[in-house]
Design a protein around this ligand. Structure first.
Ligand code: PFF
Length: 470
């Protein structure tokens, strides 16, 4: 639908600080808190952290600035923004909306599981501690019967909460919620870091995490850091374009980008400084990434530490806030597209996208780890070794991580560097000299010549060599 609807009231941020917290809320999510520590560990500790800092400075920050500039220059939802700046480029926005939708399918489910763990640590921590794997298996339906709570109840509550925040609008909903959630999240992180770092044996984990061993440097660690950086900074999925579109010309994009990137990186490093030392201090478990590690191995850490129930509770509340602020941003990209492009009233756009994601997302949990109630559908994926069967849950993750997100990121980076052009972007950033941008030349070089091949490597590495993006 190529028509641009003129008379739609768009939201806007009430302050630059509100915008920074909302964008940081989008960035800080499951990827930052539960994936980064595992990746840092498998990537060799210090060397991964160093590479991560480097790619964040050279590429993450650079693309984020470009995406904000696109959004603010256009003042439109992501599809209309790309079309408005260059005819024929709306597809970049569509790719972003599609990626957001796919990511939401697992975000809604995992967000629901996190909420289930908050309740479990409140109600029955002894059951989680008694057999962490069995507890997680039951929640996600890997045992007998239909997983009512893991597939239905908690993802539904999670999606309803997301819809509730969205229904308050940009200023009254998203901005207000993030202004509350983000400081709380940071406070919880510091408290937890203090608790786990005082465990006996934790210093060894910290040493591993921050001592750099250059012999562990290799291409796959570099690509893993790159992929993690893009996912963690919410890049390439038009979410930052959407958030940027609610900004006024009086805001300094450069300062905001430094603040958002800084906050996200701080949370990633703090999370690693909580999880890795805690694992080093708990000899019964070994380090891992993602779902089962976060829900099972960490329970062993918490059960063995003094005040572990409270530490666990704090950890899952913090993860819950992180997931919710990110899911709000992913949904905002979808909702603003539906309401501004398709002309749906905002409330209907929120309700219909929430219902769709909830229903499709349920299929994710049902096929996760071979649930007894799994759907009888067959899915396949491929890499250089050929085609192989995967579950629906794996298919959704692979589609997002290996194809949709890197493709969308590549397209948006080429758009800024080569199609809209760095001169237009710099003009947007500078606002007729209101803001100085002394490293505009370097920025233009990076977004034109360094970012596209780097993202192409993530895409090819993921598709052919099975490297994981997020
Ligand atoms: N940055 C989020 C995380 O680290 O979990 C995930 C995310 C949110 C990715 C929004 C992309 C996005 F547009």
């Amino acid at each position: 639908m190529a028509k641009e609807r003129k008379n739609i009231q768009r939201g806007c941020w009430s302050s630059n600080q509100g915008f920074i917290l909302a964008a940081a809320g989008s960035a800080v999510g499951l990827g930052t808190i539960w994936k980064f520590p595992g990746k840092a560990y498998t990537g060799g500790g210090g060397i991964f952290c160093l590479l991560y800092l480097l790619v964040t400075l050279l590429l993450g920050l650079v693309l984020m600035l470009g995406e904000f500039a696109v959004g603010r220059a256009a003042q439109k939802n992501c599809v209309a923004a790309f079309r408005h700046l260059r005819k024929g480029w709306a597809w970049v926005g569509f790719l972003g909306v599609f990626s957001s939708l796919i990511v939401m399918l697992y975000y809604a489910e995992v967000g629901g599981w996190v909420l289930a763990y908050v309740i479990a640590y409140l109600r029955e921590p002894e059951l989680v501690f008694a057999d962490p794997s069995a507890y997680f298996a039951e929640l996600t339906g890997q045992g007998e019967g239909f997983p009512w709570e893991g597939a239905l109840l908690f993802p539904l509550i999670f999606m309803l909460l997301t819809a509730f925040v969205l229904s308050g609008g940009v200023r009254g909903g998203i901005e207000k919620f993030n202004a509350l959630a983000m400081p709380l999240l940071l406070l919880f992180l510091f408290v937890l870091a203090f608790a786990t770092l005082s465990l006996p044996g934790a210093e060894e984990g910290l040493r591993f995490l921050f001592s750099v061993d250059f012999s562990k440097l290799n291409a796959s660690t570099l690509l893993s850091a790159l992929g993690q950086c893009f996912f963690s900074l919410s890049l390439g999925m038009s979410v930052m374009v959407t958030y940027g579109s609610y900004l006024s010309s009086g805001e300094n994009l450069l300062r905001s980008v430094w603040a958002i990137t800084g906050l996200d990186t701080l949370v990633a490093f703090l999370s690693a400084a909580i999880v890795v030392p805690a694992v080093f201090a708990t000899p019964q478990i070994s380090m891992g990434e993602g779902g089962s590690f976060t829900f099972t191995a960490l329970a062993t850490v918490f059960s063995g530490m003094p005040g572990g129930v409270y530490a666990g509770l704090l950890f899952y509340i913090l993860l819950f806030f992180a997931a919710l602020t990110s899911s709000v941003s992913l949904m905002e990209a979808i909702v603003s597209f539906l309401s501004e492009e398709w002309g749906l009233p905002r409330r209907l756009a929120i309700r219909s996208s929430t219902a769709l994601i909830f229903l499709l997302g349920m299929a994710y949990t049902l096929s996760y780890g071979g649930s007894a109630a799994a759907l009888p559908l067959r899915f396949f994926w491929f890499d250089s070794g050929g085609v192989y069967p995967v579950s629906l849950a794996e298919f959704i993750e692979l589609l997002a991580d290996r194809l949709a997100i890197p493709l969308a990121a590549l397209a948006s980076c080429l758009f800024v560097g080569w199609v809209w052009g760095t001169d237009s972007a710099c003009r947007e950033i500078r606002q007729q000299g209101k803001f100085s941008f002394s490293w505009a030349g370097l920025w233009s070089f990076l977004i034109k010549y360094l970012a596209p091949p780097a993202i192409a490597c993530i895409l090819l590495g993921g598709l052919f060599f099975g490297l994981s993006l997020s």
